[in-house]
Design a protein around this ligand. Sequence first.
Ligand SMILES: Cc1cc2nc3c(=O)[nH]c(=O)nc-3n(C[C@H](O)[C@H](O)[C@H](O)COP(=O)(O)OP(=O)(O)OC[C@H]3O[C@@H](n4cnc5c(N)ncnc54)[C@H](O)[C@@H]3O)c2cc1C
Length: 228
Amino acid sequence: MEIELLAYTPHPEGVVYNAARLCYSSKGIRELIREEGASPKRLIEQIKASGHHSVLEHASFTFGVEGISRVTTHQLVRHRVASYSQKSQRYVAERDFQYITPPSIEKKEEACVIFHKVMEVCRDAYHQLLEIGISKEDARYLLPSCCETKIIVTMNARELLHFFSLRCCRRAQWEIRNVAKEMLFLCRRVAPVIFYDAGPPCLKGPCPEGPFSCGQTEEVREEFSWSR
Ligand SMILES: Cc1cc2nc3c(=O)[nH]c(=O)nc-3n(C[C@H](O)[C@H](O)[C@H](O)COP(=O)(O)OP(=O)(O)OC[C@H]3O[C@@H](n4cnc5c(N)ncnc54)[C@H](O)[C@@H]3O)c2cc1C
């Protein structure tokens, strides 16, 4: 898996900070931006705590994600407040498709044999369909969901905080969790104040998952201590 932060709003925290100050000031925008205000850190923390989250929407982040499965992009694109561009299986032939093998299968020899055998069968069948004139858009119906794909994703900071709270949680599947953790790592480098406490809800309080809780709050807090 490879994830790159391709672009982001310049000075994301400055933009969010000024948007928040504007809401509480009678000054003109130019004047407001020129003058020093309260500390950005304090104000951004305040707006996050108060629920005035719309100001976080002024900062956007665009990621290039490669080497993940379509299982995971299917989960990713359920997040609606975002923009996506994904490699098309209608237009791009998947003759030599690569695929993601889950670690649970990888470490069990017997499971590996079954899994890789089926991949070979899929590859062969896909080739054969193209050979006999079936279009790529129809031949792809037999491709497995573990097929490797690439996708460009843009989310604003508000959506990213929501995304990280759901997908960095141990209830999320391992692959999307890895994606979310890497995205959080990249966001933290360029907007540490906004993303200071981003991650699963148990970083900030009790786990809200009730009977579905992983029961590993301490380990999760330790796991995310790098991000704080
Ligand atoms: C652990 C886990 C298990 C899951 N299991 C399943 C499953 O079994 N089956 C399944 O179908 N999905 C499943 N999902 C996906 C889940 O139901 C959501 O579709 C996905 O997490 C997107 O999150 P979201 O809807 O909160 O927010 P996003 O689409 O990211 O939107 C952000 C927020 O905007 C608001 N919003 C967006 N659109 C609307 C709208 N139309 N109306 C009102 N408010 C809106 C909501 O407040 C929402 O929380 C699972 C997700 C997780 C994390």
